[in-house]
Design a protein around this ligand. Sequence first.
Ligand code: HEM
Length: 137
Amino acid sequence: MNPEEVKLVKESWAKVAPIADVAAELFYGKLFELDPSVKPLFKGSMIEQGRKLMAMLTMAVNSLDNLESIVPSIQAMGKRHVGYGVKDEHYDTVGEALIWTLGQGLKDDFTEETKTAWVGVYTLVATTMKEAATEAA
Ligand code: HEM
């Protein structure tokens, strides 16, 4: 990712962070609409789950200048997801729900450039998780 993309992701995330709980709710609503079959994989409180997801994304966004530093924790997360029943193909649906949610939260601020930058971040994190999951298998 280039510095301009890093800047766009950080600035846009700062606008979503204050509405994290609403964003998380929108995200899961969209995810379960896109693929109802993943709903049973989530066993705990969706509010707690939403907070964990947002905290993890905040960590990733804060580390964009030094992504190598969080690769081990992303790999570990990918391995844990195997145990939750998550399959490679689920990552595309989760990515779609995430990008849609950002669009809802950011409205006109979700420009094509910002969207492309976010797709880059998500692809990076998802690819790292999937690779670690494959190694674990
Ligand atoms: C960038 C991608 C993702 C991020 C950042 C993320 C983040 C997280 C975090 C932080 C947790 C808390 C537990 C832990 O850390 O191990 C979690 C749990 C979980 N995630 Fe993800 N996740 C991602 C992708 C996915 C995908 C593709 C699915 C597929 C539907 C998924 C389904 C789940 C489930 C089922 C749990 C456990 C819920 C429970 O115990 O009730 N996640 N995720």
